[in-house]
Design a protein around this ligand. Structure first.
Ligand code: ZN
Length: 324
């Protein structure tokens, strides 16, 4: 790998030389090379963008394709975003069929850099609707989308996010070998924060009886969270927001809410709220607001980072199932 100094113009090289001389004169052990151009990274959606920033720190500039509040399931990249991808050195995606539009975008952009699928190595769950028992019943309602059989919402498990972080550090290291040590250090310290987050979420659910852990949401995005914390999420719609709920499915849900006295009813930030409102009218259960499934909030909002998102959802869920 060539050293950085071979590429900088003579004006800057002179400055680097002055800085080195100065550093030596001041007795510093190693001269610091300033004004390094950040590594250009692209993340497919906002939650992943935050994770890449946590690992990359100031050494990496991260652009997000599907921004806060937008729906990655049905995203259409713009020509400007294709140019952005073409100029980047590393592209991060979730994988598991989440970004059906990505391979075409990379092709259009003529992208030649590193590609990192961050879910590599996780234990994927099947889409609930593709379960053997449910397939015939629900299969038609969501026929048109192209997910395959895997549930893509893996980040809803903190343990999966730790795998994402490991893959991000490896990917950045491949794209920028000079930063490997830093990426590794950042990944370790962020993973420690994720461990603490996981403990916090488990502690929040611990006092709630299993039978009470039932929640209605408008899009089936929480299967990984459900698995981790023994929560049952019922949705009148499939895994992708492209699919439509059947009248029969809604009626069935209404019956179940009444029977099990379910108190928690959520509208997600990216989904059409009309369905949930209809269910609320028919059952008298008040909607508890929104959960964040596939997107962060806007910067400065209540779920502007992955950790804040998981905290926000957990607080909202544990309150709602208690009927608070
Ligand atoms: Zn989703």
């Amino acid at each position: 790998m060539p050293t950085h100094t071979t590429h900088i113009p003579s004006f800057q090289r002179r400055h680097a030389l002055v800085a080195t001389t100065l550093a030596l004169a001041l007795g510093a052990a190693t001269p610091v090379l300033h004004a390094q151009t950040p590594v250009k990274a692209v993340a497919s959606f906002s939650i992943l963008g935050d994770l890449v920033r946590q690992v990359g720190g100031e050494r990496v500039s991260v652009e997000v394709l599907v921004g806060p509040g937008s729906d990655a399931h049905v995203f259409q990249p713009s020509p400007a975003q294709a140019r952005l991808v073409a100029q980047s050195q590393v592209v991060f995606s979730n994988g598991l069929g989440f970004e059906g539009w990505l391979s075409r975008l990379l092709k259009t952009a003529g992208y030649k850099g590193q590609q990192v699928v961050v879910s590599k190595g996780i234990q994927p769950l099947k889409e609930p609707g593709h379960d053997d028992h449910d397939h015939q019943k629900k299969g038609h309602a969501r026929g048109a989308h192209d997910h395959g059989e895997t549930d893509p919402h893996a980040w809803q498990s903190v343990n999966n996010a730790k795998v994402f972080v490991k893959n991000i550090a490896l990917g950045l290291c491949r794209a920028d070998p000079g930063g490997c040590e830093l990426y590794d250090r950042n990944a370790r310290s962020y993973t420690a924060q994720l461990d603490a987050l996981d403990g916090e979420i488990r502690a929040a659910w611990a006092p709630i009886p299993a039978a009470q852990r039932q929640v209605i949401t408008s899009h089936d995005a929480f299967a990984y969270y459900a698995r981790d914390h023994g929560v049952k999420f019922l949705a009148p719609q499939g895994v992708s927001t492209e699919s439509e709920a059947s009248a029969q499915g809604v009626a069935q849900l209404v019956r179940q809410i009444r029977k099990d006295q379910i108190k928690a009813l959520f509208v997600e930030s990216i989904s059409d709220p009309r369905l949930i409102e209809q269910i609320a009218r028919e059952t008298g259960v008040k909607p508890s607001g929104a959960l964040y499934s596939d997107s962060l909030s806007v910067p400065g909002g209540e779920a502007a980072t992955y950790i804040d998102l998981m905290r926000f959802n957990t607080r909202a869920l544990t309150r709602a199932v208690r009927g608070q």
